[in-house]
Design a protein around this ligand. Structure first.
Ligand SMILES: [Zn+2]
Length: 155
């Protein structure tokens, strides 16, 4: 067994917020399952993706870091636009919009920000051991090894 240093606060924060967003999404899927099959699948899919990210970050996979860092920011923005559109078209009630904002949009944006913190990057070993440059680039598709954008070192 490889020994890892204890996860910093930024990782704990990211995991907790991911759990919150996944729960809200699973809850939304459950509510929609009665009325809207397409909506159900979409929300369930989102909840499963969040669950996978949570597992990957927990295990310290760099690939999960990469997706967790950027996908959450993109999803948060998309969800924010969805809420704004829903409100302007009168399809969303204020309470629903508040739940989506507080339960999904803000937590996911915060996950992306938390994972971008230096302590999170350090925990995922994303600083070049040779020159100290932070990287978010993988040598391979699964990001098992990282490559330095500056000096080209692989670790
Ligand atoms: Zn380097």
């Amino acid at each position: 067994m490889e020994t890892r240093p204890k996860a910093p606060a930024s990782i704990h924060t990211a995991n907790l917020l991911l759990l919150l967003a996944a729960s809200v999404q699973a809850g939304a899927a459950l509510i929609l399952s009665a009325s809207n099959a397409a909506g159900f699948a979409q929300w369930l899919f989102a909840a499963v993706v969040m669950g996978l990210l949570l597992w990957g970050i927990f295990r310290g996979y760099r690939l999960a870091w990469l997706w967790g860092r950027y996908l959450t920011l993109v999803l948060s923005a998309v969800m924010l636009a969805t809420v704004a559109l829903g409100l302007s078209l009168g399809r969303l009630r204020a309470l629903q919009a508040a739940v989506m904002l507080g339960g999904i949009v803000f937590p996911m944006a915060a996950v992306g920000i938390a994972l971008g913190r230096p302590s999170a990057r350090r925990w995922f070993d994303l600083y070049c051991p040779k020159c100290g440059t932070p990287t978010s680039r993988g040598k391979d598709f699964l990001f098992r090894q990282a490559r330095c954008p500056k000096c080209g070192a692989v670790w």
